[in-house]
Ligand binder design. Sequence first.
Ligand code: DGL
Length: 259
Amino acid sequence: MSKSPIGFFDSGVGGTSVFKAVNKLLPNESTIYLADSANAPYGARGKDWIIARCIENTELLLSYGCKIIVVACNTATTNAIKILRKTYNVPFIGIEPAIKPASLKTKTRAVGILATRGTLSSELFRKTTKLYCSDVYMVEQIGEGIVDLIESGKLYSEEMTLLLQTYLKPMIKANIDYLVLGCTHYPYLVPQLKKLLPKEVKIIDSGKAVANHTEAVLRAIHLLNETDKKPKHLFYSNGRIDVIQSLISKNAKVNYLDF
Ligand code: DGL
């Protein structure tokens, strides 16, 4: 069982940013990644749809023998992880916007959060904000259209730059010193965000925290693979193979799968 893969799923290619963080920390672990690009973005769907789809993704990963599942999507985590944990015995690792660390560290007392509508409007996000960020000015911004552009291979495009400029404007005006990326697609925007933000603004995402948590859970249940030196990494996408391939290693094999 310890040699079984870690399963990942996301509404598309963004969760590969989480895969990379986990793979960096746990290089011995085999992995299986599902990019549900045909259904991106989840943020535009209702809660019931997201839950049903997350159950289907989970069933598929379990059929491949995954020992743990990383829900590499903020929107899926905030809407469905509770039910997934109640339904299955396998451990689930979720991802949430890192607003707590940002709120603890901010000096200007203003923090920007860029996330999908599905995440920003979720109960879990509202609860976390109330609990940890009540004394901080949170500039919340829905990243409408960003996921679609990334999924259609327009990460570096004029359209993207214009969107980002619009979304960052109120944050810069509010003098934020932290920008929280609340969607796993967004770490791929860091080079562009850095160009558009004042240089003292720090950008944080939750990839490393997810990797640390995955390691801690696997260690606690004695399922870390400490022997296998040749892990396998499988990527399945029901959308554009070229887009996911452009974000991961050229040597990694991506298969089309109609799931
Ligand atoms: N990667 C997903 C997330 O982290 C994208 C959002 C979506 O599909 O709505 O939220």
